[in-house]
Design a protein around this ligand. Structure first.
Ligand code: TXA
Ligand code: MG
Length: 334
């Protein structure tokens, strides 16, 4: 069900949840000040309570009451990249509930770059919003994805196709020591190089840390999965019948008559691929005759830094990975 911006604002103010457009993906929004709205988000998504939500703001000033401190490095990043696809994880204040952060002492914050999202946020105040899909599934990049995901049971604000199409970069910033400690919790279209460049003038050293499982609860290996299994092949050879039989065996499916989708990432610009990737995965899964799997022969390009966010999502979306080391071919099933 489509709703106007005006209707969305009143629904959100009364504690309901509404899907709103952002430049990355559509989000399932609820007021951070309404515990019932936060519960509705977790229930609608079937999201486990250990996976914290991102809080969206309409203006950097809305952030201040939500954090314990907003250090100079975090401020610089916000100034450079907001509104935009960067989520900052900072120490939270008591105003942010443990339900939103899943008990963590930090809160993830982002100011989205979409005029309708900003218009709504300026009226409602901060909104918690995970991607508007069932837990573990592909994120929605147009409003009809949200409608099919929730059988039209969730009101949606029409905002057109998302211009980025891939979820935001998530960066934890800790300025409490002599160093600026940075942890990339989820790669996105804003890269570690963009971040380092922005912080180059800081006297404190930058220290990049590896995420520990304790601080990246939602970074599960299975995520962003299309309904039809995705097979990632790093082989030099193309899809062929022998490979098909082996894939079916690994996926424990009958080698039926219907053929898989042979997918290729034709564009050589990662921004273009990011914009269309999720919509393509959904289209494949919605074919009249459901294909047994989607086979993606990954181009070499995918292993270069500019493609790391796309590579991350494809890895998480895949059910089977086929790799080749000299003569040895390995099949890795999830
Ligand atoms: O682009 C995006 O980020 C979209 C749009 C709607 O803004 N949102 C999105 O939300 O992708 P979601 O919930 O699908 O993914 C948010 C990720 C989760 O993996 C969660 O674990 C992580 O952010 N996260 C949230 N709060 C965190 C925290 N305090 N510490 C570490 N990770 C956190
Ligand atoms: Mg998500």
């Amino acid at each position: 069900m489509k709703v106007s911006v005006h209707a969305a604002i009143s629904l959100l103010k009364q504690g309901d949840i509404v899907a709103i457009p952002t430049e990355t993906v559509y989000g399932l929004a609820g007021s951070i000040h309404q515990p019932s709205a936060i519960k509705k988000i977790f229930t609608a998504k079937a999201r486990p309570s250990f996976d914290p939500l991102i809080v969206h703001i309409g203006h950097p000033q809305q952030l201040l009451p939500l954090v314990e401190s907003f250090g100079p490095a975090a401020q610089k990043l916000a100034k450079e990249f907001w509104p935009g696809p960067l989520t900052l994880v900072l120490k939270k204040s008591d105003l942010v509930s443990d339900e939103i952060t899943s008990g963590h002492k930090t809160v993830a914050l982002r100011m989205p770059h979409h005029p309708l999202a900003l218009e709504i946020l300026m009226e409602t105040g901060p909104l918690a919003a995970p991607s508007a899909n069932k837990f573990g599934k592909v994120s929605p990049t147009v409003s009809s994805h949200v409608e099919s995901e929730f059988n039209s049971q969730i009101p949606v604000v029409e905002g057109g196709p998302c211009s980025v199409g891939l979820e935001s970069t998530i960066l934890k910033v800790d300025e409490s020591t002599d160093h600026i400690q940075l942890t990339l919790l989820r790669p996105g279209m804003i890269s570690p190089e963009d971040i380092a460049k922005t912080l180059v003038s800081f006297k404190k050293n930058l220290q990049w840390q590896e995420p520990s499982s304790a601080i990246a609860p939602g970074q599960l290996a299975n995520h962003y999965q299309p309904t039809v299994p995705l097979v990632l092949s790093f082989l030099k050879t193309d899809w062929n019948n022998d490979l098909h039989l082996q894939i079916c065996k690994e996926l424990k499916i009958e080698p039926s008559k219907s053929s898989p989708i042979l997918w290729s990432l034709q564009e050589d610009d990662p921004r273009l691929v990011a914009r269309i990737m999720y919509a393509q995965m959904r289209t494949f899964s919605e074919r009249l005759e459901t294909p047994p799997y989607i086979f993606l022969k990954t181009p070499k390009l995918l292993l270069t830094p500019e493609w790391s966010a796309i590579c991350d999502r494809l890895n998480k979306a895949s059910s089977l990975k086929i790799e080749q080391n000299n003569q040895t071919i390995t099949f890795q099933c999830k």
